[in-house]
Design a protein around this ligand. Structure first.
Ligand SMILES: [Zn+2]
Length: 171
């Protein structure tokens, strides 16, 4: 089984194995959780953290451009952030902060696929949405919650802090 990272309406689509999807999202969470400053950026990271196959199931955590809650007026900044978290991960080799060793070439390749999906997207491509498609929308008080061990944003899918951390939960 696999997950698809795509901008389907532009015929861009990359299939990534379930286990490599976890490595990719973990790496993006490490990188992006240090970069997110605005509310939208924090929400994006928490939404990404909800794509946890241990919680929601295997092979259903793909991300399409059209699934993202973009705002037309902020699109360029939002796109810069979504691409930037992957570029920063490549520059800083963020995967070295994972609790396991991973193949550097493969993860760098996946981060480049992520960049590829978003880099040609234009504001006209946005599909209007009211919000992210949350499993469990964070309350305002939960937006800044991070794992004290991994310093990544938490989803609200678990009963304990550990269950809500993409990386603690993985172990
Ligand atoms: Zn953690």
């Amino acid at each position: 089984m696999a997950n698809i990272i795509s901008h389907a309406t532009k015929n861009i689509s990359h299939s990534i194995s379930n286990s490599w999807t976890s490595v990719l999202y973990s790496t993006l969470l490490i990188s992006g959780s240090r970069l997110a400053k605005t509310n939208w950026e924090k929400h994006f990271m928490i939404w990404l953290a909800e794509h946890d196959q241990n919680h929601v199931g295997l092979g259903i955590v793909g991300i399409d451009f059209d699934n993202i809650y973009w705002s037309a007026s902020e699109f360029e900044k939002q796109k810069e952030f979504v691409i930037g978290i992957a570029q920063n991960a490549i520059n800083k080799k963020s995967w070295i902060n994972l609790d396991y060793k991973t193949d550097e070439k493969t993860i760098a390749g996946l981060l480049n696929l992520w960049i590829d999906v978003f880099s040609d997207a234009q504001v006209n491509d946005i599909v209007p949405m009211d919000n992210f498609n949350w499993y469990h929308k964070p309350k305002p008080s939960e937006i800044d919650m991070k794992c004290p061990i991994h310093h990544i944003f938490l989803n609200q899918l678990g009963k304990t802090e550990k269950d809500c951390c993409y990386l603690c939960h993985d172990n």
